[in-house]
Design a protein around this ligand. Structure first.
Ligand SMILES: *[C@@H]1O[C@H](CO)[C@@H](O)[C@H](O)[C@H]1NC(C)=O
Ligand SMILES: *[C@@H]1O[C@H](CO)[C@@H](O)[C@H](O)[C@H]1NC(C)=O
Length: 386
């Protein structure tokens, strides 16, 4: 209200000032409001230790937000969750965060038709080593989650973001409809020897129309975990050091539907698992229309391919159940000759009675490890003995 009335005062001033020259009056009157409109769509640059709070305060009035070497104070979120439709957010230089034990997130962005871009040479570096203690989310220091990419809708995109050393989980995609993530790097490789744990790269829930292409991930937990959602594609990716390409766990959450998810043309290396689908024993849900195609596996320590309906927080515990059926499931062109280490298992399928159907299974060459020997209810097209 205050800014509106002062704008009106300016108009009145301009108009009355122009009274002596009537010809100019019509041109002056719209001046201030036009100015105002232009200001609303301006490009705004924020930097330094005040940059995060200034950006949060001004976000709704900037068409483009440039975050240039912003140092986010400890215990605070770089919060861009009130953006106008169509806002362009650009990270330049190094974005850093102060240290505090708290749950985060360190970065939060939401809105419609939002473009989030990492400028050439930029890095988002929360310096996670300050929190790493080998315990991840299970204990020790309370660690802030990194990026809540929640409620991004329309045709939103995240391009060229370069993320380094997150304290715990990196990117949470939740409540998004229509989001493309292109050429994102998440490099937590320093955590391999320094206590990085539960550093999931992409956790996806309750989202649709998500496309992730060209991601490079070096971490210590799931490269991708789709807990729920539909119409999700991960392609052209590299996953190194973590737990592989996962569906689930599905069951026992608010949303227990996974439908039409494709992982294709990607590499999983130096990881605990290659491909893993986890249905929680005793729970209900749906895993339908999931495809793994053109995946290359190497240096897999535990399971090349693991499909289980007896997940209970740990893999392959107890009897499989049928409440989360895995249907219309495709596994094709999985190349991993010698890709599993000798102590691991090549292919494990443990299904509940009648709970795995409509499978396609072809071109699966995953060797180097052991046969599991306790597969159950394996659809006839598939086999645990490669
Ligand atoms: C999944 O894909 C199938 C085949 O294209 C389509 O019929 C179905 O509606 C999709 N499901 C969802 C939930 O979008
Ligand atoms: C599987 O791999 C073969 C040989 O590389 C290729 O010809 C075929 O198109 C692939 N199939 C799919 C579905 O990618």
């Amino acid at each position: 209200m205050i800014s509106v009335s002062s704008a009106l005062l300016l108009v009145a001033f301009g108009a009355s000032g122009a009274l002596s020259s009537p010809v100019a009056a019509p041109a002056v009157t719209p001046g201030p409001s036009l100015d105002n409109a232009l200001q609303k769509r301006a490009s705004c640059t924020f930097s330094g230790s005040a940059g995060a709070s200034s950006a949060s305060k001004s976000q709704a009035s900037c068409a483009t937000i440039v975050l240039s070497n912003v140092a986010v104070p400890s215990g605070t979120t770089l919060d861009l969750s009130d953006l106008e439709d169509g806002t362009h957010v650009i990270f330049e230089g190094t974005t850093s965060w102060g240290y505090k034990e708290w749950t985060g997130p360190l970065l939060q962005i939401k809105g419609k038709d939002i473009t989030i871009e990492g400028a050439s040479g930029s890095v988002l570096d929360p310096d996670g080593a300050r929190w790493w203690d080998g315990e991840g989310g299970n204990g020790g220091k309370t660690k802030p989650k990194f990026f809540a990419a929640h409620d991004l809708t329309g045709t939103s995109s995240i391009v060229n973001l370069n993320i380094k050393n997150t304290p715990v989980q990196a990117v949470s995609i939740n409540g998004c409809e229509g989001l493309t993530v292109t050429d994102m790097t998440i490099d937590n490789s320093a955590g391999d020897s320094a206590g990085g744990h539960n550093t999931d790269a992409f956790d996806i829930g309750s989202s649709s129309g998500i496309t992730i292409t060209g991601a490079k991930v070096y971490n210590q937990d799931d490269c991708v975990a789709v807990n729920s959602g539909t119409d999700i594609t991960f392609s052209g990716g590299l996953c190194s050091g973590g737990h592989g390409l996962s569906i689930g766990s599905v069951g026992g959450r608010d949303d227990n539907t996974v439908e039409n998810v494709t992982f294709k043309d990607s590499t999983v290396t130096k990881s605990v698992n290659g491909i893993r689908v986890k249905a929680v024993a005793g729970e209900t849900g749906t895993i339908k229309g999931v495809t793994y195609s053109g995946i290359t596996l190497s240096d897999i320590s535990k399971y090349g391919i693991l499909i289980e309906q007896n997940y209970d927080g740990g893999d392959l515990h107890g009897d499989p159940t049928s409440g989360v059926p895995i249907t219309d499931f495709t596994v094709e062109n999985i190349s991993g000759s010698g890709g599993v280490e000798s102590g691991g298992y090549n292919v494990v399928v443990v299904c509940g009675s009648g709970a795995c159907s409509g499978w396609t299974w072809s071109g699966v060459t995953v060797t180097g490890g052991k046969d599991y020997g306790s597969c159950q209810n394996v659809p006839s097209v598939a086999t645990c003995e490669v």
